[in-house]
Design a binder for this molecule. Sequence first.
Ligand code: SF4
Ligand code: MG
Length: 335
Amino acid sequence: NDKILEVKNLKVSYHTYAGEVKSVRGVSFDLKEGEAIAIVGESGCGKSVTAKSIMGLIKGPQGEIKQGSEILYHGDNILNYNKKQWQAYKGGEVAIIFQDALASLNPTMRVGKQIMENLMAHKHMTKDEAKKEAVRMLQKVGIPEPEKRVRQYPHEFSGGMRQRVMIAIAFACDPKILICDEPTTALDVTIQGQILDIIKELQREHNTSVIMITHDLGVVANIAQKIAVMYSGVIVERGNCEDIFYRPRHPYTWALIRSVPRLDLENKQVLASIPGTPPDLLNPPVGCPFCTRCEYCMEICKEQMPEVTEFGDGHEASCWLHHPLAPKVEMPGEA
Ligand code: SF4
Ligand code: MG
């Protein structure tokens, strides 16, 4: 079994004064060793909550992972871990990089020391070894003059350089799984590309499995082998990159693809945004979650959750348009 992680029927709710917000409503996917999967969707779709669940960051009393959810790491359900198992898992098996490197770094500690701490704790290096390795890591992630930079504090780095530091810290404990939650969202396009290249290179070198969380389909093509498109707490379509980009089968994926910034266009800021807002997860719709924004919405969409249709090679979509009795519509990429 080369599956390193299996998420099965994950359901996560947040308890608020207004009631129970069902943020993740039955998400399943798996990840092989060395593989990268992207989870793509708008903010509030449950992608970050899914990531937090895998990191053990869902905290009561507000946050609750529902009974029946499973997150198997090498076959063991991490949700049943004891304190010691959690420590080992979080300390060395998984790491996360957030969008906001400044908030995740310790502002009062030199960056070299922050890398060294991980190396000493998880790789049992001596101080001298860790110091050398920290310099090497900074060089590795493309930070010039690493001998000088190790002695500097986070505020002395630019946004892109700080994100590189975060990557160095994450890889210092040689994680088996790296979760990247919008790692490049705050950065301009050129820097984005560089950061993704560094993640990709280190991933190959360390044979790390990566979960890339993003709202931007544009950043995933070069890094992920598989894509899961999330909407309103559920995965509405999944497949390999080819299938998702060239043979998408869900109207929400079509809309996402239309909203990817095109670098070849004069004004790259003007994107087709998706009209409307996602449903209220205090009262999720009984039918298709996308029905309020979908231009193809039919009566049945409002009444029943669509079944999953399989298209081969792991490509699946949940949409009534694929029912044999549905009216034929032209699928993008088919023409
Ligand atoms: Fe649109 Fe209906 Fe498909 Fe939902 S099931 S995406 S509403 S066509
Ligand atoms: Mg988020």
